[in-house]
Design a protein around this ligand. Structure first.
Ligand SMILES: C[S@@+](CC[C@H](N)C(=O)[O-])C[C@H]1O[C@@H](n2cnc3c(N)ncnc32)[C@H](O)[C@@H]1O
Length: 282
């Protein structure tokens, strides 16, 4: 196995900090070493040091995205952090459906800012379909962004195994997912795990794009709801502050901003008002 020295790890960490705001602590060295070695083995071998030198010299955008994929974590699930969805039901959807609050032009714009493989933005779209009476003619769009190639591909495919549907109730699965029929005659398909694809009714509300959270948010917003969950833990404090400040700028006054249940904005000096655990108002 190709080795990763401490000094080479530090150079990777510096590259990741500059490009993506990732803060890689030395505890991650064994994990990064494993991932880079496996990647190099798969692509004809070579030393980690040579690979890193190539990335430092003149990497293509694609080379860097491959490195990002090797370093990032895409863990997610449908309706993760149920309290956030309960908050949206109580504070946004029920009052909208009762017309006790309104959004201009009945346009509701949501953003899943680190959408990973899609469970988060599709959950957001499913909830809007469930709770907004179709007769009221709301125009709902969920923007789903991430930086990872593999996450964005999976989000576009919108196809999941049973195990990936943890969090989706049988009722929601029946309502919002189609069982994918494996191609007939394929011997392997008899043993393949069942797969489920998000129905077009949900997919058509979700627009998927690449966005590096540390780059400017040109042409985005204004949003009524932003989910930025379980991604800030990978950023250093200054990156968190910058990212959250820019999110604030693309939200409507009163908009709802949710971070991961283990994350907080406290001590960041950003203008959001805390409303409930890990939920803020613009
Ligand atoms: C652990 S997942 C969180 C997924 C989802 N938000 C959730 O809470 O279930 C973190 C995601 O953040 C993305 N990510 C990390 N740094 C990023 C950056 N600088 N720009 C955009 N996405 C980033 C990763 O690719 C990954 O898909």
């Amino acid at each position: 196995m190709s080795t990763l020295t401490e000094s080479t790890f530090k150079r990777i960490a510096e590259l990741s900090r500059r490009r993506w705001g990732l803060s890689l602590s030395e505890r991650k060295l064994p994990l990064v070493a494993n991932r880079l070695s496996a990647h190099l083995r798969k692509h004809g071998g070579g030393e980690i040091e040579d690979y890193v030198q190539r990335l430092e010299r003149n990497p293509t955008e694609e080379d860097m995205l491959v490195l990002f994929d090797l370093l990032s974590t895409n863990v997610t699930s449908f309706f993760r952090d149920a309290a956030h969805f309960a908050f949206l039901e109580r504070e946004l959807y029920t009052p909208l459906a009762r017309s006790t609050i309104a959004v201009p032009g009945r346009r509701l714009r949501l953003w899943s800012g680190a959408c990973s493989t899609g469970a988060e933005p599709y959950s957001m779209a499913m909830q809007a379909i469930e709770l907004l009476p179709s007769a009221m003619g709301f125009d709902v769009k969920v923007l789903a962004t991430d930086l990872s190639n593999s996450a964005l591909d999976a989000c576009r495919a919108a196809t999941y195994t049973d195990a990936q549907l943890t969090g989706l109730s049988p009722e929601r699965r029946a309502r919002f997912m189609d069982k994918v029929t494996p191609p007939s005659g394929a011997a392997a398909s008899a043993r393949a795990e069942p797969m489920w694809r998000v129905k077009n009714e949900v997919r058509k509300l979700v627009e998927i794009r690449r966005q590096n959270l540390v780059d400017p948010y040109h042409g985005l917003g204004p949003f009524d709801v932003v989910f930025l969950r379980n991604v800030m833990i990978y950023f250093d404090r200054e990156t968190r502050r910058e990212v959250v400040t820019r999110m604030h700028a693309v939200m409507r006054p009163g908009g709802i901003f949710a971070v991961g249940s283990a994350e907080t904005l406290s001590g960041l000096d950003v203008p959001f008002k805390n409303s409930a655990a890990s939920i803020y108002l613009r």
